[in-house]
Ligand binder design. Structure first.
Ligand code: ADP
Length: 292
């Protein structure tokens, strides 16, 4: 099983306060995913006993970030921050605006995937996931598992959700990824010979993984090939001033939780042509591997 996260920094212009899709990246990546599906499907049909062969149909989940569609409205309306009763109507409309905006981005992304012939199905977190103090406390995986079994490729995305403590909160794609990787029961799918029974997590962002410092700011930032704790990083900061979900550090915290459970993740630069295709194909790509 592969869980592929496409960062908001790749699919949108994240530096912008306006909602802007990066269509060049989106269309290229949609094609890379389709090519990987076709190649792996072909390989696994050729040799079902090969341990690395894995049919991506039935075992690929895509998650994308909210980028400039989600962070600006979530920030403007301070979604996830405490508020008074009088402020609730404003907060509520901010929730609606954010939900609507990320839904639009998801539609554009699904359009690109469908144009490539990828049988995707959109999974809207705000419709069935809730949090308590910004952490997922209710997420029924049954529907996701059913869609996978029927050969759909589910597409989740960063969204706003109801929160039992804060009323409303922002749920990052990175947290959705962590929850699914941790909780999905792949034994349910192993009845099919084609399915690779291990869990692999790939995150495409706009840098080649984790560095000792922000590589966009510091020339002397050193690439970290294998990361097993936050202590290996000297400094974090967000590339953009709009990120409301913790940027690179938020991502790494989620991935270190997976590493504790023996689930390895790989952060790659999805701006590199072919990186997503190669990572899905288990070929070498410059990356940071997060594992214990
Ligand atoms: P995405 O939207 O793709 O999920 P983010 O914008 O949240 O990605 O995080 C990626 C950004 O994190 C990079 O563009 C990079 O500038 C920034 N960053 C900050 N500190 C680091 C670090 N130590 N190593 C790598 N990237 C870092």
């Amino acid at each position: 099983m592969i869980i592929l996260k496409l960062g908001g920094s790749i699919l949108t212009n994240k530096d912008s306060n306006e909602s802007e899709v990066n269509y060049t990246n989106l269309n290229r990546i949609a094609k890379e995913i389709k090519d990987a599906i076709d190649i792996l499907n072909f390989t696994s049909n050729q040799d079902l006993n090969k341990s690395e062969s894995s049919d991506l149909i039935n075992s690929l989940i895509i998650i994308h970030g909210a980028g400039s569609y989600g962070h600006p409205p979530a920030k403007k309306y301070k979604i996830g921050e405490p508020f008074t009763e009088e402020e609730y109507p404003k907060k509520r409309i901010g929730f609606s605006k954010t939900q609507n905006s990320v839904k639009k981005l998801n539609t554009i992304i699904c359009d690109a995937l469908i144009n490539e012939g990828i049988p995707c199905v959109s999974m809207q977190a705000s419709s069935f996931i809730t949090t308590k103090n910004k952490r997922i406390n209710s997420f029924n995986l049954e529907l996701l598992e059913k869609y996978l079994k029927k050969g759909f490729i589910p597409v989740f995305y960063g969204d706003v959700v109801l929160d039992s403590k804060l009323k409303v909160a922002v749920l990052s794609g990175d947290q959705i990824l962590q929850y699914i990787a941790k909780n999905i029961n792949i034994n349910k799918f192993t009845s099919s010979k084609k399915i690779n029974a291990s869990k692999k997590v790939i995150l495409g962002t706009d840098v080649e993984g984790v560095f000792t410092k922000n590589p966009k700011k510091y020339k002397d930032a050193k690439h970290i090939e294998k990361l097993s704790s936050l202590e290996e990083i000297e400094e974090f900061d967000s590339t953009t001033n709009i990120d409301v979900t913790g940027g690179m550090i938020g991502k790494i915290k989620e991935l270190l939780e997976l590493a504790e459970l023996g689930i390895e993740s790989k952060i790659i630069n999805a701006n590199e042509h072919g990186a997503i295709f190669n990572a899905l194909n288990n070929k070498e790509v410059k990356a940071t591997i997060i594992r214990k």
